[in-house]
Design a protein around this ligand. Structure first.
Ligand SMILES: [Fe+2]
Ligand SMILES: [Fe+2]
Length: 347
């Protein structure tokens, strides 16, 4: 049902383009977007706008859910009770983000089941960064600092996205991401002020996560398929390259504060522009990870499928409970209705 809604024209919402009524609806939609009005689930919207949002929001949801795995890997090995409690809270937040985002996607007329199926059978993408392994405790610091840091850079502008439910979900998510970024930086700070071995561990984590973090912003603007239209629709507010530059500008001084070296020989501050100049990520690696050839792609999906199968009994129990409640509500409704009629003296 969902695929049809995406690929074929829904005559109720989206008649043939030649239709004059449709042209005026497109015009009205464009005016509303230009006026910074939020588009809500029951409003008319072009099918391509709907399709873009379903793709983007569901990919975002999948990333939150798959992103729990590399960090979940360290919950049992966190170095103290405090670190364990904080990491547990962070990973739970990511599950919550996934749920808000699936719910936001569902307002566009797609079912949760369809979205989950797309993830499990490999049709849907999620952020490539989660296909890298977490080898040491410092990786948990580097992920919070760099990966959540890059996510914030991407997501703050999404709080102003033209689609209301997505924008509102992002407000809360960004507050939590900010906590994630700080907890990561604090881990890196503790390690970088620690023993030589701890400092080396922090440096090694930065060396491995720096380039994948830069790739999180996606390909260059010139190679980005969806960017221009998304900017026109005010789904996206800044281009991939602009966001990557902002991230580098904010993060390099943080690395200096930590006393760590960003693994980029071309990195330098340009006094005239006030921005850092930086090297080129290895885009062939990016493409390979996207194709499913990253170090952990297969493992991440296999784990997700197993977790989904293991959770089948929860879904069945929830459905049985919902059916039971619905039946009880109907009974109560009838009883209540009958009582009211009796009280009013009607038959
Ligand atoms: Fe998140
Ligand atoms: Fe996060």
């Amino acid at each position: 049902m969902y695929s049809q809604a995406l690929d074929e024209r829904d005559p109720r919402r989206d008649p043939a383009p030649a239709d004059a009524a449709d042209a005026s609806r497109v015009l009205r939609f464009d005016e509303r977007v230009a006026a910074e009005e939020k588009i809500e689930p029951n409003d008319w919207m072009p099918s391509a706008y709907r399709k873009t949002l379903v793709r983007q929001i569901s990919q975002h949801a999948h990333s939150e859910i798959i992103g729990m795995q590399p960090e979940g890997n360290w919950i049992t090995r966190a170095p103290s009770l405090r670190r364990k409690a904080v990491l547990l809270a962070k990973v739970q937040d990511e599950a919550g983000h996934g749920l808000y985002l699936y719910a936001a996607a569902e307002t566009l007329g797609v079912t949760r089941e369809e979205l989950v199926d797309q993830l499990l059978d490999g049709r849907a993408k999620y952020s490539s960064i989660f296909n890298y392994p977490t080898l040491t405790w410092a990786d948990i610091g580097a992920i919070g600092w760099l990966v959540d840091g890059a996510a914030i850079m991407n997501q703050i502008p999404l709080c102003r996205c033209s689609y209301g439910p997505y924008a509102r979900a992002m407000v809360r998510i960004c507050k939590e991401e900010s906590f994630h970024q700080r907890q990561g930086f604090e881990i890196m700070l503790t390690l970088s002020r620690g023993t030589e071995a701890q400092k080396a561990m922090a440096q090694d984590a930065l060396d491995r996560w720096w380039w994948p973090a830069l790739m999180m912003f996606g390909p260059h603007d010139s190679d980005s398929t969806h960017s221009e239209q998304s900017m026109a629709w005010k789904i996206k507010r800044f281009s991939n390259d602009e966001l990557r530059q902002k991230f580098v500008d904010v993060t390099v001084p943080q690395a200096e504060f930590l006393g760590l070296r960003v693994p980029d020989d071309e990195l330098r501050y340009d006094e005239t522009t006030g921005h850092y100049v930086f090297g080129e990520p290895d885009w062939s690696e990016f493409a390979a990870v996207l194709r499913g050839e990253g170090p952990c792609n297969a493992q991440r999906l296999a784990h997700r499928r197993r977790a989904h199968d293991d959770g089948a009994w929860v879904r069945e129990a929830a459905e049985a409970y919902a059916a039971k409640r619905a039946a009880t509500t109907v009974d109560h409704g009838q009883t209540h209705g009958t009582r009211q009629r009796v009280a009013q003296g009607s038959p």
